[in-house]
Design a protein around this ligand. Structure first.
Ligand code: NAP
Length: 249
């Protein structure tokens, strides 16, 4: 429960894709830090249910497809009206449409780029005017080690995540003079719905390439996001932090 003394007390946070998996753990961690959190997902009921279970009070669940620019503007306006000005934006919503490049359909390329990359363009634009006015704000993008290393069968996903790295560094440079920080977290393989299809053999093969010898849990990412969102990270911007058990070093 929020104690009224957390380092994020008084802050309003948006977590896209906050209804499940990593996003849900991030929403929980920020709420534990004292933030009031707007949980965003396409499925409005899923978003509302996740928001209702967060520690503390004053959270909100909103159904919104973040690849739709107009819907994002309306969503941010609603958060502003119901919770207050947004101080923390976490771009976490993401999808996969895996296939070998030669078999990949253009619509699968576009869908992944729209949700994983273009959505961050929409959300960052929608929150930054207010942040600039207040000269205060934190933007966190959830990319992936796949965006740093590439991955056979994931050209669309890897390109979207590498794009997020470029976006993160550009936004960090552009908005640092306005008091806004922007960083990215690059998870390795984390146990969520997205990785639920991995068989035992695949999991074992993956684990053998992870120095810490296990897949990650959503909470492994959430704690790092909470740190980057808070005052202890006030001198960190433009960074991509791999949280991957040592896969990339
Ligand atoms: P997940 O369990 O599949 O959850 C995805 C979340 O995003 C759900 O809340 C989903 O809710 C929401 N979402 C999907 N499309 C959306 C859209 N168009 N608009 C709004 N919300 C949308 O995924 P996860 O594994 O937690 O992954 C979270 C993030 O971490 C993603 O960006 C992913 O690429 C990244 N990541 C994951 C791993 C991993 O191993 N799991 C590794 C590296 C990076 P709805 O379905 O209701 O929209």
């Amino acid at each position: 429960m929020s104690t009224g003394t957390g380092e994020l007390e008084g802050a309003v946070a948006i977590v896209t894709g906050g209804s499940r998996g990593i996003g849900r753990a991030i929403a929980e961690a920020l709420a534990e830090g004292g933030a009031r959190v707007a949980v965003i997902a396409r499925n409005a009921e899923g978003a509302a249910a996740a928001a209702a279970e967060l520690p503390g009070e004053g959270h909100l669940g909103i159904g919104c497809d973040v690849s739709d620019g107009e819907a994002v503007v309306a969503m941010v306006r609603r958060v502003d009206e119901e919770l207050g000005p947004v101080g923390i934006l976490v771009n976490n919503a993401g999808i996969t449409r895996d296939n070998l490049l030669l078999r990949m359909k253009e619509e699968d390329w576009d869908a992944v780029l729209d949700v994983n990359l273009k959505a961050a363009f929409h959300t960052v634009k929608a929150v930054t005017k207010g942040m600039m006015r207040r000269r205060d704000g934190v933007i966190l993008n959830v990319t992936s080690v796949v965006g740093l290393m590439g991955n056979a069968g994931q050209a669309n996903y890897a390109a979207s995540k590498a794009g997020l790295v470029g976006l993160t560094k550009s936004v960090a440079r552009e908005l640092a003079p306005r008091g806004i920080r922007c960083n990215a977290v690059a998870p390795g393989y984390i146990r969520t719905d997205m990785t639920a299809d991995l068989g035992d053999a695949q999991t074992e093969a993956l684990q053998s390439g992870i120095p810490l010898q296990r897949l990650g849990d959503p909470e492994d990412i959430a704690g790092v996001v909470r740190f980057l969102a808070g005052p202890s990270a006030r001198y960190i911007t433009g960074q991509v932090l791999a949280v991957d058990g040592g896969m990339v070093m």
